[in-house]
Design a protein around this ligand. Structure first.
Ligand code: NBP
Length: 473
């Protein structure tokens, strides 16, 4: 019996994905560079479904029905190229390689172009949800040629998470679109986590609540409009007590956040595209600041205000509003980035569909995403989510509290780069005049970079050291 699909790379993610496929009734060929992993998978989980173990690349390819669907779940980077180089010569036109790793979308574009020459479909598929998602239903963001989705889509739909009967997978767009959208998903995840962290910090140090009390606040929030996986696990983490010391778990963890790089890629790519994603950037930098032990040590004794906790019952409500408003901004920025890349690369990404498949399976899954789906369904040409009817109203309703929270944080010396930059973005977009006019004047003064005028077409330059006459450039 031939296998409908094959998975090579059987570490945590690949193994769980193969099991998920087998549990859904698919016959799954399995392969790993080190054969012991293949053997272990079949021994431990063989009873869950039909696996066809393969020791060599040739055996693996021969085990697959045509068109062959070969999923690669190896370490992103050189390992992915090594695996592609090994398998591509064994494949025939119409076969497909699905890269489920966290590849950079530029690598995916390069690989897709190279394989297209041989008639092999290359599908860069973002997979979110960690190991639990891979096993029980991830959110899947496949890119690559649209026709590849005909043979691949039904299989992916059978293993993806499902919300209201809708599977959390859709064809995102050509070449690197899937991995791009997965990258931005992770960038938004960074921003969302940072905003939640700031909320915690404010509740702890401005409202004087204990971690256990804050866990309760998050539990309550999770029954409202903020309901999401990240809020849910935040409550779990805050309620946890360290067994060794009896202290709140959050107090015994070293406060230096690490990162694997997808947040950084999101910001680097946004800079290249010229898209302002301050919320995501601040989240990446906040992790970076936390990790600079040297800087923090050197600056520890710098003066700041006394932090008296207010014990104001309304404060938690204000933080909820600030969090919700800042979250709208972070998502608006992420979707703007996808929109810009889609235009740049001709991907024609359906933003509403992206919101739809993020409702389940992935780390940022939330009730909130239904609102984003609705916004793009109501108007697919939405320029920014901030002006969608529902979100505009939520921001208007939140803004007093949001400003109050940012002011309180500044007054007490509690760093809130996420809240503050989100508010600055909101105020920048709604400003009638920005001081960018002055920036243009300075640029013209020192570098003759020219400027445009509000009242006439054309580019102008002022002869700053020659009577300040204005000339047409
Ligand atoms: P790892 O990223 O730890 O990769 C281990 C796998 O890569 C093993 O199967 C290993 O084979 C294989 N491999 C390596 Br390393 N070099 C190879 C080479 N030159 N040729 C062939 N195989 C090679 O596994 P993972 O944590 O399961 O993640 C897999 C992918 O999924 C990654 O791209 C990751 O970024 C992505 N991802 C992970 C998560 C997560 O939560 N962990 C979530 C979403 C996406 P060996 O057994 O012979 O050493």
């Amino acid at each position: 019996q031939k296998a409908q699909i094959g998975v090579t790379g059987l570490a945590t993610m690949g193994r769980n994905l193969a099991r998920n496929l087998a549990r859904r009734g698919h016959t799954v060929a399995v392969h790993n560079r080190t054969a012991a992993r293949t053997k272990a998978l079949v021994e431990e989980f063989g009873h869950e479904g039909t696996f066809v173990p393969a020791e060599t690349a040739e055996e693996f390819v021969a085990a697959l029905e045509r068109p062959r669907r070969l999923v690669v779940m190896v370490k992103a980077g050189a390992a992915t190229d090594a695996v592609i180089d090994e398998f591509a010569p064994l494949l025939e036109p119409g076969d497909m390689i699905v890269d489920g790793g966290n590849a950079h979308f530029a690598d995916t574009r390069r690989r897709e172009a190279a394989l297209r020459e041989r008639g092999v479909h290359f599908v860069g598929a973002g997979i979110s949800g960690g190991e639990e998602g891979a096993l029980n239903g991830p959110s899947i963001m496949p890119g690559g040629p649209a026709e590849s989705y005909e043979a691949l889509g039904p299989l992916l739909e059978s293993i993806a998470a499902n919300v209201d009967g809708v599977p959390c997978v859709t064809h995102i767009g050509p070449d690197g679109a899937g991995h791009f959208v997965k990258m931005v998903h992770n960038g938004i995840e960074y921003a969302d986590m940072q905003l939640i962290a700031e909320s915690y910090d404010l509740l702890r140090h401005a409202a004087g609540l204990s971690p256990a009390e804050i866990a309760e606040v998050f539990r309550t929030w999770n029954t409202g409009r903020l309901e999401s996986y990240l809020i849910e696990i935040t409550a779990e983490v805050l309620a946890h007590t360290d067994a060794a010391t009896g202290e709140p778990f959050v107090d015994v963890v070293l406060d230096r956040a690490e990162q694997k790089g997808t947040g950084r890629w999101t910001v680097q790519t946004a800079l290249d595209l010229g898209v302002p994603v301050g919320g995501i950037a601040e989240a990446v930098f906040a992790r970076s600041v936390s990790g600079h032990a040297d800087l923090r040590e050197a600056a520890r004794d710098l003066p700041g205000p006394a932090r008296e906790a207010t014990k104001d019952a309304a404060f938690a409500d204000a933080v909820e509003r600030a969090l919700y408003a800042s979250k709208i901004v972070a998502y608006a920025q992420g979707f703007h980035q996808i929109q810009a890349a889609s235009a740049e690369y001709g991907w024609d990404v359906d933003l509403g569909a992206v919101a739809t498949i993020w409702r389940g399976g992935c780390i940022i899954r939330a009730r909130f995403l239904d609102r984003i789906r609705a916004a793009y369904e109501a108007d697919p040409r939405t320029v920014t989510l901030l002006t969608d009817g529902y979100f505009a109203e939520a921001l208007a309703e939140a803004q007093d509290a949001w400003r109050g929270v940012v002011a309180t944080a500044a007054r007490l010396g509690i760093p809130t780069p996420g809240f503050s930059s989100a508010l600055a973005y909101y105020d920048s977009l709604r400003a009638e005049r920005l001081p960018a006019a002055l920036t243009q004047g300075q640029r013209d003064f020192f570098g003759a970079h020219t400027y445009r005028r509000v009242d006439r077409e054309g580019a102008f330059h002022t002869l700053w050291s020659d009577g300040r006459r204005e000339v047409e450039a």
